[in-house]
Design a protein around this ligand. Structure first.
Ligand code: ZN
Length: 132
């Protein structure tokens, strides 16, 4: 896929962030979207998902989503939407983390992935049923 512009990539991220935070009921949270152009930890071969990271704090109902722009410029819009929904799932799951631990475990990762797929599946199904 051809690299899209940074401006267009940000627009896609924001479109899905605003749509999904609204319908997931996350607008009660205080959140910000932060962009990075040189995320050294990112490794496309081993962890494509690290193109986005979320830092939620359930105690104060707030989160920061960090977006690593270079790899996202080459990902499809559909993949970016999946990533946005996935990161939003961590907002709900954050409260289940062990007190004092910043890290989440593999169970949280799997549940976030399952919920991401479930929400997107339901959305697609509703779209299809409403259209037909
Ligand atoms: Zn995750």
């Amino acid at each position: 896929m051809k690299k899209r512009s940074v401006k267009k990539t940000k627009k896609i991220v924001e479109k899905y962030m605003f749509w999904w935070t609204r319908w997931l009921g996350l607008r009660w949270h205080n959140f910000s979207i932060c962009y990075d152009n040189n995320w050294k930890e990112f490794d496309k071969k081993t962890d494509q998902r690290s193109g986005m990271r979320i830092y939620p704090d359930w105690r104060y109902m707030m989160f920061e989503i960090w977006v690593n722009l270079p790899p996202l410029r080459e990902l499809s819009e559909e993949t970016i939407e999946h990533m946005v929904v996935h990161e939003c799932m961590h907002v709900f799951l954050n409260e289940l983390r062990i007190e004092g631990s910043e890290q989440h475990n593999n169970h949280e990762e799997r549940v976030a992935t399952m919920l991401e797929n479930a929400f997107l599946y339901v959305r697609d199904q509703v779209k299809e049923e409403c259209a037909g």
